[in-house]
Design a protein around this ligand. Structure first.
Ligand code: IVH
Length: 676
């Protein structure tokens, strides 16, 4: 490529980033996502590294942000407000530390202490205090020169106006972040795209009275110019800030060792969703001020600090359509079909909208531009609608008053316990009338904690349903195997295996059987309670004849909600027929009255990792049948940790520390005189 061409490419990128900066800093209206902005910045810096003839005063390697806006008086920062380099991986952190040790010419075993501070995603500000009095406040601006926003900052309650402590420096710029709490942002959603924009917008109001209306917060974390500061460490400085009346981040920590930094990073990332302010990473600063001074700065960032960014899990997309899914209990779940977008390496094209109320609350419409979040393994969901981007033709979404599968009326029930109308709308049909409900019931029937039939997964159930091979649970035990063998993807061996696993499961405990029926509000625990009450299948089946529903209320754990659900289950003729048919085909074992002197008497267990051919629920009931008990965490109360495949390391380590017996599946089964 010619030099001219490279220069042109570079100039275009610089022009673009200057425009984006202007939108972001002066109009509080970012035009691209943070990821896109960061990628552009990296592209520019990489070009400069590769071709040393490329230079621009507007390069992100020189400037921080944009020139201050024209609305406010400008002023120079006495000490520039710097930016931070970013780290994304453990390797980035290892390199960061390596460079520091090289620079300081220390050997690799030298222990560096860091102040690890969650990086609040707000607007930074520099507050000048002279003789304890708040005199002037500047925004960051371009890092060299900021806007005088003193009157607006004065309205913030977290900013002390006068500090009388004797040890407060004579002259100091206290620096920190102005931000808005997510809970307060709820009321401003219509005006701003995110909390950061709301904070920036509020700080830039021409009239401080308008700033006052939007509740801003301030957290202090560093300083600029100073005279009379006596602390030698960042951690001590943070403590003093607190004593002087500033808010500091309660999640700040002092840590050494990369492994420990990573551990803290993971812990904070997990808490992130529960915090009332947005954080986008952790800032690590060398704790010792003398070392900070020795290290100094490179271009516009200190050599002694780095921002360890969280991987992004949000993206902007567009709602193409809203689908209504029908669940096993008739619940109608709206799902947004979105323009496929990559979020953290996963292509997302569906996002749950939870229920009708959520759509109304967030006023979500087809055609809207929305922020989608994907956190961990949970189904992606819509965080917010960008109302500014809404076109007039996007009309309000009308939730169907008929079930999209069977056409029955849809209803919102009144919950007698909470005394509230349910947020969820449901198909009002009963039994197996609605196709979608029936398919979901069948999937539940064969699921892990129910009949747990190997080789009969959700997709196969759907396929068999379409081919009319099954309609009711009893049909599973009367499958036309000859027909199945002729289907695509099936052969004599796979059919034989399927037949074998289905026949094997004809023998089932009463509690699993009750659970597998998928009666609303009767989960595993309640099914177990009911099985202990009824003891036998025939007594359970006879309930509608005896009408002893009120007896059920005497069972500890069973309430009105469950009883009324049992009543409607038994009121339905189809359900009674299903019970009858299943009773003829299956061997349903009586529930055991709890054995008081079983093999596992006085012994407690916890399972970690995946077991082979036996579910957690089954292990739990085996333990309880034999008078043992299960606990939910490793503690002194635990006697045996049962480990399967990929156990949780931390559980195994704590068990070792507490000298708790660690056993595998076989050893556990041997305790019960069984083998797997
Ligand atoms: S220290 C030279 N500490 O991150 C040190 N910054 O990209 C620079 N930020 O402009 C600032 N939390 O807006 C520091 N605990 C923290 C921070 C923090 C958030 C922001 C701040 C700064 C940007 C750096």
């Amino acid at each position: 490529m010619s030099k001219k061409k490279i220069k042109d490419i570079y100039k275009n990128k610089i022009k673009l980033i200057s425009e984006l900066n202007n939108f972001y800093y002066n109009n509080s209206d970012p035009k691209v996502s943070d990821q896109e902005y960061d990628s552009l910045k990296i592209e520019i810096i990489n070009l400069e590294k590769k071709y040393d003839f490329l230079k621009s005063t507007n390069s992100p390697s020189i400037t921080v942000g944009s020139k201050p806006s024209k609305n406010f008086k400008k002023d120079l920062h006495r000490v520039p407000m710097l930016s931070l380099a970013n780290a994304f991986t453990e390797d980035d952190l290892i390199n960061f530390e390596k460079k520091i040790l090289n620079f300081l010419s220390k050997d690799k075993d030298y222990k560096i202490s860091y102040s690890a501070e969650p990086k609040i995603d707000g607007i930074s500000a520099s507050l000048t205090y002279k003789n304890g009095k708040f005199e002037r406040g500047l925004s960051r601006g371009d890092g060299r020169e900021g806007e005088d926003i003193t009157s607006n900052l004065e309205t913030i309650k977290d900013i002390p106006k006068k500090i009388l402590d004797k040890d407060f420096p004579k002259d100091i710029d206290i620096r920190g972040e102005v931000f808005i709490q997510n809970s307060d942002f709820e009321n401003l959603k219509e005006k701003f795209a995110n909390p950061r924009n709301a904070a920036s917008g509020s700080l830039r109001q021409k009239n401080p009275e308008d700033t006052k209306k939007i509740p801003l917060n301030f957290i202090a974390y560093t300083f600029g110019f100073e005279q009379g500061l006596n602390q030698k460490k960042q951690s001590d400085y943070l403590k003093k800030l607190h004593k002087w009346g500033f808010k500091t981040n309660p999640l700040n920590k002092t840590i050494s060792g990369i492994k420990n930094l990573i551990q803290n990073y993971k812990e904070v990332e997990q808490q992130r969703a529960n915090l009332d302010f947005d954080i986008d990473g952790i800032v690590y600063k060398i704790d010792d001020f003398d070392l900070q001074k020795r290290l100094g700065n490179v271009a516009n960032a200190p050599r002694w600090a780095i921002a360890h960014k969280f991987s992004s899990n949000k993206a902007i997309s567009k709602i193409l359509d809203i689908d209504i899914q029908v669940g096993r209990t008739g619940a109608l779940t709206p799902v947004a079909k979105i323009k496929p977008i990559n979020i953290g390496g996963v292509l997302v094209s569906n996002a749950t909208l939870h229920n009708e109320d959520e759509i109304i609350r967030k006023d979500i419409r087809i055609g809207d531009t929305v922020t989608v979040e994907r956190a961990g393994d949970v189904i992606p969901h819509i965080l917010a609608v960008d109302f500014k981007k809404r076109s007039k033709s996007n009309s309000k979404f009308i939730f169907p008053d008929k079930c999209p599968s069977c056409g029955s009326k849809t209803v919102k029930e009144f919950n007698k316990v909470t005394k509230k109308v349910d947020a969820v709308r449901r198909c009002s049909s009963e039994g197996y009338y609605c196709d979608k409900i029936s398919i979901e019931k069948l999937k539940h029937f064969v699921s892990k904690d129910a009949f747990n039939i190997d080789g009969l997964g959700k997709k196969i159930i759907e396929g068999f349903w379409k081919l009319k091979l099954i309609k009711f649970p009893q049909d599973i035990f009367k499958l036309d195997y000859q027909k199945i063998e002729k289907l695509e993807g099936w052969g004599s061996l796979s059919v034989r295996n399927l037949k074998y696993s289905i026949n094997q499961k004809k023998n089932i405990s009463l509690e699993r059987f009750i659970f597998s029926l998928g009666i609303r509000h009767i989960g595993l625990e309640n099914a177990k309670l009911l099985s202990k009450h009824f003891i036998s299948f025939s007594k359970f089946q006879n309930l509608p004849k005896t009408k002893n529903y009120d007896d059920l209320l005497n069972i500890d754990g069973i309430g009105e909600t469950q009883v009324s659900s049992m009543k409607s289950f038994f009121k339905n003729e189809v359900n009674l027929k299903v019970l009858d048919e299943l009773g003829k085909t299956l061997i349903i074992k009586n529930a055991l009255a709890t054995q008081k002197n079983g093999l596992l008497k006085n012994k407690s267990f916890l399972v970690t990792g995946k077991l082979n051919g036996i579910s957690r629920a089954e292990v739990k009931s085996l333990i309880e049948e034999n008078s043992g008990n299960t606990v939910s965490s490793v503690s002194n109360k635990l006697n045996y940790l049962i480990i399967g495949e990929k156990p949780t390391r931390r559980k195994v380590e704590s068990a070792k520390e507490l000298k708790i017996k660690i056993i595998n599946q076989d050893e556990f089964l041997k305790m019960l005189n069984k083998s797997s």
